[in-house]
Design a protein. Sequence first.
Length: 115
Amino acid sequence: MTKESPFTPGNIVKPLYFVGREDELKLILRHIPDIIHGNNRHFYMIGKRGMGKSSLSTNTKHILEKNFDMIVLNISNDGINTLKNLITSIIETLLEEIETEKLGRKNISYIRGQH
């Protein structure tokens, strides 16, 4: 019986199997105090296909949302070749997050002053 490898290009590696990126994760997480104090940070990852960019991004998003109650947007640059396309992608991704139950609850709590 053949097991499916968790390390297949094009598939996101689940947190259980996400290893070997501690240095990159630490690089991002060291900026958390600045972000919490209102100094936003933006991270841009580049690399060859199958190197783990999407898995690093997705697992970092999971850690930040779970441990720091942050809203994290992952934007892919596929097909984005103009500033207008980039802004559109950011807005569309933000709107998708707003439609989720988690972000909806955050906004409602904030509006009600329960933050």
